[in-house]
Design a protein around this ligand. Structure first.
Ligand code: ATP
Ligand code: MG
Length: 371
């Protein structure tokens, strides 16, 4: 997937912007507050219809304006087929169009493109609790297997219903019925997570060697399904049985605490730096590197499973990376074969023959091509 044309009206600090990105590498630099993150936010918004900064739509409207408009033309890698996506906010009203047709539901819109983002806060997946990692990986899995999103929603609903039953000390037969339903969905979620992480492990090693870390693989990831035996076992039946056994073991404790104590909501994805927990040992730059490698691995996974490359947005890429790593990171991203948008406050420091791409300078709410 490539973004070939972007138009903004009254989006954040841009009264008006028209941009023709490069199909490969786009390096965007400018001073603090010039509008770099806003530009990536617009691209992300076009495909996800929300901000990666979790900002409300109103915040994306230029101060003092009554509404905003964003439009992007995306082209598919294989067929070259083009899709125009448009989103307009006017007061409280929103309108979305795909190829000039107004849409009722959002699903056909959201499926039209896929944009993967790395921004400084993404690094929190290393330091923060398991929830941030579950969100990060579940989102990546859902991007390649939409059924994962449906199951995650069904699971959240069943879990809250079962917890409600436990809280009200309902009949155990009732709780049992919900338990069976919950186990069904939970097992599917766990199987997908296991498969995904198994596949990601090899990919990470490969990417790390591409990136040129000379001391062998340093980053790794492991999925721990709480209360289930470890290992790479992926058979759904076995996982269901494992969950049954865990549920039985915890039944009395659950009755006492009036809440469900097992299932994918209690699992964690452990990140390692040189075989130790990354959150304990990795430096700031190493945490960043870990995260960028994971984002790239997700992109590769997407490319292989969907037969389409995602668009990769990397906000404020260079900060915290030393000059050597920064340069290797740019060359590495240039080699992924996906369209990338990279922002920085510094000039790229690459010569024209090192990477095939375009450099833009952001200044006074304008994005000017400078190569
Ligand atoms: N709704 C809005 N209307 C007008 N201006 C806005 C709006 N929202 C944010 N801005 C302004 O847009 C400017 C650019 O913000 P942005 O986050 O894109 O900067 P940046 O180039 O990423 O800076 P940094 O290098 O510090 O990350 C900021 O000065 C901000 O105050
Ligand atoms: Mg920024």
């Amino acid at each position: 997937m490539r973004l070939i044309e972007l138009t903004l009206k009254n989006f954040r600090n841009y009264p008006r912007l028209e941009l023709r990105p490069h199909p490969g590498f786009n390096y965007i630099f400018g001073n603090n507050g010039s509008g770099k993150t806003n530009l990536l936010e617009a691209i992300y918004y076009l495909s996800h219809l929300r901000s990666f900064r979790r900002a409300s739509r109103e915040k994306m409207v230029l101060h003092g304006a009554g509404g905003m408009y964003a439009s992007g033309v995306f082209s598919e890698d294989g067929s070259g087929a083009e899709t125009r996506l448009e989103a307009a906010v006017s007061g409280r009203e929103r309108k979305y169009k795909k190829d000039r047709q107004e849409l009722q539901g959002l699903m056909p819109y959201l499926d039209s493109s896929h944009v993967i983002v790395f921004f400084p806060e993404t690094t929190q997946i290393v330091k923060e609790g398991p929830g941030a990692r579950r969100r990060f990986f579940d989102q990546a899995i859902a991007a390649v297997e939409p059924a994962h999103l449906e199951d995650s929603r069904a699971y959240a609903k069943l879990l809250s219903e079962r917890n409600h039953l436990l809280r009200n000390e309902s009949e155990s037969a009732m709780i049992q019925v919900w338990q069976e339903r919950l186990i069904e969905v939970a097992a599917r979620i766990i199987v997908r997570r296991k498969r995904y992480i198994n596949s990601l492990k090899n990919r990470l090693n490969h990417l790390e060697s591409l990136f040129g870390e000379t001391q062998g693989p340093r980053v790794s990831v492991a999925y721990e399904a709480n209360g289930l035996p470890g290992g790479d076992e992926e058979a759904e039946g076995d996982i269901r049985e494992g969950l049954q056994a865990t549920a039985q073991r915890l039944a009395r404790e659950e009755a006492r605490r009036k809440t469900t104590l097992w299932g994918p909501r209690f699992d964690d994805f452990h990140l390692f730096w040189e075989e130790r927990r990354a959150k304990d040992v990795a430096s700031q730059g190493e945490q960043r590197l870990t995260t960028i490698l994971l984002v790239s691995a997700n992109a590769e996974e997407y490319k292989e499973r969907r037969k389409e490359t995602p668009v990769i947005l990397l906000d404020d890429l260079g900060s915290e990376l030393d000059a050597d790593r920064k340069k290797r990171m740019l060359l590495f991203l240039g080699s992924l074969g996906a369209q990338t948008f990279i922002t920085s406050t510094e000039e790229p420091g690459l010569s024209a023959n090192e990477i095939d791409g375009r450099t833009f300078l952001v200044r006074d709410a304008m994005v000017e091509r400078i190569d």
